[in-house]
Design a protein around this ligand. Structure first.
Ligand SMILES: NC(=O)c1ccc[n+]([C@@H]2O[C@H](COP(=O)([O-])OP(=O)(O)OC[C@H]3O[C@@H](n4cnc5c(N)ncnc54)[C@H](OP(=O)(O)O)[C@@H]3O)[C@@H](O)[C@H]2O)c1
Length: 267
């Protein structure tokens, strides 16, 4: 049992569920989180349940030195790393020009810059070791649309899909894959952190559990599916949207995501 998977955002809803699924399937883990207490707690829980080896690494991925430091740390560990899951990310529900610009910039750093840099470092890590490897970048159903009131978040997830598909094509023949995992609404802390309690989004599109997403993702990642979309409704929405004018699709998303009627500052 010496294969390792690295997961960023490992103590969040989806990251934690992925950590459990990979542990159950015989993987050792490198868990990356911003929170020392949470990551230590998760490590203990996984070690005692599955008896696997866990390394924890605490960092803030909005810090420009974090990616290189994380890569150097993993190199030093000298482990048999097989999979890197760039899962850390967040959204912010607001009218763009009324948003906290610091939060928007932090989102771009975590959702785009960290993911891009870690993909760069770990492709070269696999190449240097002459090894096959998979990088899984977590996009979203948002990767396929524009999203009023979550405009930067949707744009960041559009980037994740476009970037990952492009790089996957470049490195596939070298035995390295860059896959995109696209969850739909999923019951995690995401809704809370993005201030989505006021939005109709999670009320209209019933969220799935992170556990069901993680199980599904594990199977598809193993098979090397390049774009992994979770849930029949999400797949249907993406297909249907291809036949509708883009303006109409954006209008419908704007209606789904707008504030609930009983909220005071409804737009
Ligand atoms: N839940 C959904 O409905 C949904 C739908 C589609 C896509 N996604 C995507 O799924 C991924 C996981 O989200 P989730 O639903 O599991 O939400 P979550 O429970 O809020 O977890 C998000 C994770 O990202 C980490 N993170 C945030 N900012 C970070 C930073 N500056 N540096 C390092 N880590 C940071 C958090 O770390 P800490 O806990 O240490 O702060 C947390 O572990 C995200 O990329 C999200 O965009 C979620």
């Amino acid at each position: 049992m010496n294969k390792f998977v690295l997961i960023t955002g490992a103590t969040g809803g989806i990251g934690k569920a992925l950590a459990h699924v990979y542990s159950k399937n015989g993987y050792n883990l490198v868990l990356v989180s911003t929170n020392t207490n949470k990551v230590n707690e998760l490590s203990k829980e996984l070690e005692s349940t599955y008896g696997n080896v866990i390394y924890s690494y605490v960092t803030d991925l909005s810090d420009e030195y974090s990616y290189k430091n994380l890569y150097e740390y993993v190199k030093e560990l000298n482990i048999n790393l097989k999979i890197v899951i760039n899962n850390a990310g967040f959204g912010d529900f607001n009218i763009f020009n009324e948003s906290d610009l610091n939060k928007i910039n932090e989102m771009i750093k975590v959702n785009i810059t960290a993911l891009t840099n870690l993909t760069y470092y770990f492709i070269n890590y696999f190449l240097d070791k002459n090894k096959k490897g998979k990088i899984v970048n977590v996009g979203s159903i948002a990767s396929f649309f524009s999203g009023p009131y979550l405009a930067t978040y949707y744009a960041s997830k559009n980037y994740v899909l476009s970037f990952s598909e492009g790089v996957d094509k470049e490195v596939k023949k070298k035995g390295i894959r860059v896959l995109t995992l696209c969850p739909g609404t999923t019951k995690t802390n995401f809704e809370n952190k993005a201030n989505l309690d006021n939005s109709k989004l999670f009320k209209t599109l019933k969220p799935k559990t992170p556990e069901s997403l993680a199980k599904y993702a594990y199977k598809k990642i193993k098979r090397g599916k390049s774009v992994i979309i979770h849930g029949t409704l999400n797949k249907t929405l993406i297909v249907l949207s291809k036949f509708a004018p883009r303006k109409l699709v954006t209008f419908v998303i704007s209606k789904i995501q707008s504030k609930r009627k009983n909220q005071k500052n409804a737009q």
